[in-house]
Design a protein around this ligand. Sequence first.
Ligand code: SER
Length: 319
Amino acid sequence: MERILVTGAVGQIGSELVEALRKKYGNENVVAAGHKTKPTEEMRTSGPFEFIDVTSRESIERVVKKYNIDTIYHLAAILSAIGEEKPQLTFRVNIIGLYNILEIGLKYKLERIMVPSSIAVFGPQTPKENTPNETILRPTTMYGVSKVAGELLGDYYYRRFGLDFRGVRYPGIISSKTLPGGGTTDYAVEIFYEAIKKKKYKCYLRKDSTLPMMYMPDAIRGIIELAEADIKNLKHHSDYNLAAMSFSPEELTKEIQRIIPEFKCEYKPDSRQEIADSWPKSIDDSAAREEWGWKPEYNLQSMTKDMIQKLREKIFKGF
Ligand code: SER
């Protein structure tokens, strides 16, 4: 892993992953790639940046050749809520985009391809509590369908062609740097901004809608640790369940109120509720723990404290 390309670099996870990878492997060795959204000044000036369209193989290939890439973190994807508004586009970006990455992986004999999967691979028939790694994968969203397809394709390319493909099933990710876009778990980030700025928030999920969640520092460390794990220890490849905490909007509200007592949350479920209802409440990540030593550091309390501190600095800076 000497020359890394990160697709979806301008997104919620990408923006922090690029920073972490540049720190670890050197700024010049990590190429950040976005689609249309402009990168931040920091991302553009700290190392190489390119625009690519993952639905066009030539567009990815140009960058792989130009920088002599040997590893791809493929993050470019459309999330669950937008996925239901635009299922055809989601198919193209998430499935054709991944297929292009896999074929480029073979053509250029890439050393490794990392692709996040999601709790969205599960569906209404999956056990909801402590969902096992191996279970029923019959999602009801296009995003979930695309992630199951991605996992299966990744495992197929590993077995059939020896392409080193690895992935984690992320829960909802909470972060202070870049806002998520178009997901069902986005409320768990928005709520912090509104709590700090307006002391009130209208949540689009029911107050008892429990979902698995994770704080960004754990998410970044997790995927880098998996990328660096000795392949001899890996029995899974594309589909590691990854857990950290589970909470409902009401439980998160209570935790925020410990720091911002005036904060009030109202609940007005919309179409995203149906997506949330199809996902597990908590997941079993023992395969990741056993095979490559995964362990989360943040829980609901420590994440909430850190989020509020970081966002207060960010929001009030410049006032
Ligand atoms: N956070 C994602 C979403 O809500 C789940 O992977 O779509």
